[in-house]
Design a binder for this molecule. Structure first.
Ligand SMILES: [Zn+2]
Ligand SMILES: [Zn+2]
Length: 390
C-alpha cells in the first residue's frame, strides 16, 4: 500500500520533480540542484552536509539510541541532451536534460525524507539521504567514497533505485546478483606508415589493419567466452585518413565492453590486447592499447529488506524476481562493492501515452510512480533499521 500521507502529498512531490526537471545540470556542475535539495532537506528539519564529491549532498536524520544506520541514494545529475518535449516544465538549460529520470529519483527521496523527519517515532537509528553527483559517465559515487563517505559516516547498508520504462508501471524488479553490467572503454591506436595511395607498397596501411582487427575483435565474445556467459564488445569509433589519395600513417579505434563478471572482463581485456598486438605486428605495424575499467558490475548482495519493503508497497503480485539484468551500467556498483544492499528497478512503462526509454530526448519521468517510490524508501528505511539479523 502506498502510504496515505505520502499520497496526500502527491502534488508537492510532483512540483519538486518538475522544478528539478526545469533545471538540469551535468556532472559536478549540479550547483542549483544541490542547493535546492539541501534547502528542502533543511526545511524538513534534516541535518545537511555538503561538499562530498564537490556538489554531493548528504542528509542525516537520527532518531532514538540505536547505532544502526542505512543510506538511501538518489542522483543529482542530468545529461547533455537537447530536450524534445513540449512539457510546461521543459528544460531551460540549453542542451541539458533530465532524460534518465534523476529528477524523479530526487523527488521520491525528498518525499521520503520529509515523511521520515515528521515521523521519527517510526525508526530507531540513523538514515542517510545521499544525493550524489555525476552518475552519468563520471563516477560520482566512486568520488564520494574517495572523499571519505564511508569513513566519515558509519553507514551499515546502502540502497539504490532506478525508474525503468521497460517494466510495467508500478512493478518492482528485485534480484540477487548482477543487475547491471560493468562498463569499460578501450582505445587502440594503430601506428603504421603513410604513403601515396597509388603506391601502397611504400607504406603500411592502417585502415586495412583496422578492418582485420575489428573483425578479429568480434570473435572474442563468440569464441573466447562460454555460451552461457554474457558480454558485449562494440567498436563505436574508427578514425583515420583525411583525403582520397593518401594512405594515412595511423588509425584509431574506440569502443566499449560490458560484462557481469570480473573473470569475463579479464578475458576480454587480455584478448583485445593480444589481438591488437599480434594482428598489427603481422602487418608490420604497431598497436598502442589503452583499456580503462570505468564502472564495475552492479551486484546485489542483500535483497531481503528490499523485497519485504517492496511487497508492503506494491503487493507480492507486482514483484518481479526474474527480470533480466541490463547491459547498461551504474556507478551505484561502487557502493555495493563496499556495503550490504541492493539496487531495484521501479517500473514506469506508461499506459496512456507513448513510452520513451531512458536517455531519449522525448523521455519524461512517469509521475504516477512518485508516491510508490517514496513509500518504498520509507518502508525500506524503517525495515532495515528494525532488522536485527545484522
Ligand atoms: Zn542514465
Ligand atoms: Zn540514471
Amino acid at each position: 500500500m502506498i502510504i496515505e500521507e505520502i499520497k496526500r502529498d502527491e502534488n508537492f512531490i510532483k512540483e519538486i520533480r518538475h522544478a528539478l526537471h526545469i533545471h538540469p545540470e551535468t556532472a559536478y556542475e549540479e550547483r542549483w540542484t544541490s542547493d535546492f535539495v539541501a534547502k528542502k532537506l533543511q526545511s524538513f528539519g534534516i541535518t545537511v552536509h555538503k561538499g562530498l564529491a564537490k556538489t554531493g549532498v548528504l542528509g542525516i536524520l537520527k532518531s532514538g539510541y540505536s547505532h544502526k544506520s542505512v543510506a538511501l541514494r538518489a542522483e543529482l545529475d542530468a545529461l547533455d541532451i537537447k530536450e524534445q518535449t513540449n512539457l510546461p516544465y521543459k528544460s531551460r538549460n540549453e542542451s541539458k536534460m533530465h532524460a534518465c529520470g534523476h529528477d524523479g529519483h530526487m523527488a521520491m527521496l525528498l518525499a521520503a525524507a520529509k515523511y521520515l523527519a515528521k515521523h521519527k517515532e517510526l525508526f530507531d537509528g540513523t538514515i542517510y539521504f545521499i544525493f550524489q553527483p555525476a552518475e552519468e559517465n563520471e563516477g560520482g559515487a566512486k568520488r564520494m567514497i574517495e572523499d571519505g563517505l564511508f569513513e566519515t559516516y558509519k553507514i551499515d547498508s546502502i540502497y539504490g533505485l532506478h525508474n525503468w520504462p521497460a517494466l510495467e508501471e508500478g512493478k518492482i524488479a528485485i534480484s540477487k546478483g548482477a543487475v547491471m553490467a560493468s562498463y569499460d572503454n578501450f582505445e587502440i591506436e594503430i601506428l603504421a606508415k603513410g604513403s601515396h595511395a597509388a603506391h601502397p607498397e611504400h607504406g603500411v596501411d592502417p585502415i586495412l589493419i583496422a578492418s582485420h582487427l575489428i573483425t578479429a575483435l568480434q570473435s572474442i565474445i563468440s569464441r573466447d567466452i562460454g555460451a552461457l556467459e554474457n558480454g558485449i564488445l562494440s567498436v563505436t569509433q574508427l578514425h583515420s585518413g583525411s583525403t582520397w589519395n593518401v594512405i594515412p600513417d595511423s588509425a584509431i579505434l574506440r569502443g566499449t565492453v560490458r560484462t557481469f563478471k570480473k573473470e569475463i572482463q579479464d578475458i576480454i581485456e587480455e584478448r583485445i590486447k593480444t589481438l591488437s598486438d599480434s594482428i598489427t605486428k603481422a602487418f608490420r605495424a604497431n598497436a598502442k592499447v589503452d583499456y580503462k575499467r570505468l564502472y564495475p558490475a552492479t551486484v546485489n548482495n542483500y535483497i531481503e529488506t528490499a523485497l519485504k519493503s517492496a511487497k508492503e508497497v506494491v503487493g507480492e503480485e507486482n514483484i518481479v524476481t526474474n527480470f533480466p539484468p541490463s547491459m547498461g551500467s551504474e556507478d551505484f556498483s561502487f557502493f555495493l562493492q563496499k556495503k550490504r544492499g541492493c539496487y531495484v528497478k521501479l517500473g514506469t512503462k506508461k499506459r496512456d501515452s507513448e513510452n520513451f526509454m531512458l536517455h531519449n530526448p522525448k523521455y519524461d519521468f512517469n509521475d504516477n510512480v512518485l508516491t510508490i517510490g517514496a513509500s518504498y524508501w520509507v518502508k525500506l528505511a524503517i525495515n532495515e533499521l528494525k532488522n536485527s539479523s545484522h
